[in-house]
Design a protein around this ligand. Sequence first.
Ligand code: HEM
Length: 506
Amino acid sequence: MLSKQVCALSRRAYCSAVNLASDIKNARPFSEIPTMSFFKVAKGNLPGGRYYKKSMREMQQLFYEEYGNIMRIPAMLGRPQFIITFNPDDFETVYRVEGNWPVRMGLDSLTYYRDTKRQEIYGDLGSLFISHGEKWANIRSIANPILMQPKTIKRYVAQIDDIAKEFVDLMRKIRNDKSEMPGDFSNYINTWSLESVTAVGLERRLNLFDEKTHDENAKKLIKGIRDFFEMTVEYDGKPSIWKYYQTKGFKELLKVYDNITDVIMYYIELAMKEMNEDNSSTAETEDSVLRKLLRADKRVAIIVISDLLLAGVDTTASATLNTLYNLAKNPEKQEILRQELFTILPDKNSPLTPEKAKNMPYLRAVIKESFRTLPIVSGSARMTTKDVILSGFHVPANSHVGMQPVFALQDDKFYQNAQQFLPERWLRDQTEGCPRAGTSNPFTFLPFGFGARSCVGKRIAELELETLIANIIRNFKVEWHYPDMKIKSTFVNIPESEMRFKIIDV
Ligand code: HEM
């Protein structure tokens, strides 16, 4: 599916590449891109300022209203100049010139931590998440065959299904007398996400659903990952002085990185010890993600697993909550999905197998429509490797560009009846009269990013998400009886409301 999408996108890219060189001289100059002055950025981010304590989504709204499709934020406080575009035609242009080793401006705080504080581990090795150039390419070339191969992921289907079934049991236990989930249900979903990703990455069940059996390290990890998202937006997403003076808050972020690193090292050491003691290794266990990573190098394993946990827990948890919310708000769509699931898996407790999982088009359409209506990441970024034209302006090579599809995804111009939750728009066999997603600009919809640098955990995320949603919908009718959900928008959009879904046994 991904490769088909990428092929379609590449063909499009090739066709529109033809005009580019001759057009550059007719473009408006770079200096005319609407620019926010240094003074305005600084004042806006101070207490009482226009952008002070605003979420990523609120800032996007303000920028869009003030500057339109494209804007420029000047270099400041150790950060390079940055272009922000909301125009999907620009996304296509930028991805087209991303080069073989795409650069995504990222988390300088994490780079600083890894380069200076924990040299002994991270040192000269790259990272999936934050490195660039050859270092990134080396580690990505180790990770790709391990994490992106359907064969490797298939071996986790049964385990991920078991975890989902345990979570369904947990939902039965934690519902109140109104049959509603507790206010902190998001935290439960987060533990499910961590339990699932560590089952794959660390080859270990952390038993997070049982307060009595899980250890302090697991708790530390969950808190660390949540703090990571909330704090990095302050130090990497907004102007900050930490490169010149380390504030108390920044030191706390370094502590968060330390905690996460220590816990991961603890689990990797444990896994290595168990593997050494375990002589019953079979072709099957030899195939596991962790064994393959450890075969490459212990430090590589620590880095890749850290990146997987940082990038993979809150994203998948939010995607699950958003999908459940959309299904609860659209009971008729939920019913269509339930019918599909019962046709393929008539007994609600029967296990999901890779063969059966392949045959659920409506489930996949529901998840896609959820990504469209409630996107998980706020946008992506790339450095241009050539001069390009963005929204009519000349943008030189080596410019950092943030691409934010948030408004296009809600725009009737790209998605007919955009405000409606219509999974059918993604189905190959179209329902008569239903708008098609295929007719819109495909660059508006890249939930897992694009090209060589796209999400390396996509297959794991899809497996987890599909499996849990399928198990929940086979067991419960899910309802929502509260005001519309609010989103806390950091680099990842996380539900902020209490997620008190009502569940009724099917
Ligand atoms: C629904 C869940 C998820 C969404 C929506 C998501 C989305 C994304 C996006 C948009 C990117 C940036 C891609 C680009 O720049 O083109 C990314 C990168 C990444 N994701 Fe995910 N992700 C999800 C789950 C996961 C999971 C479960 C893992 C790990 C198990 C993971 C690991 C990563 C890593 C390591 C990167 C950096 C890749 C690189 O730069 O080479 N993600 N993800």
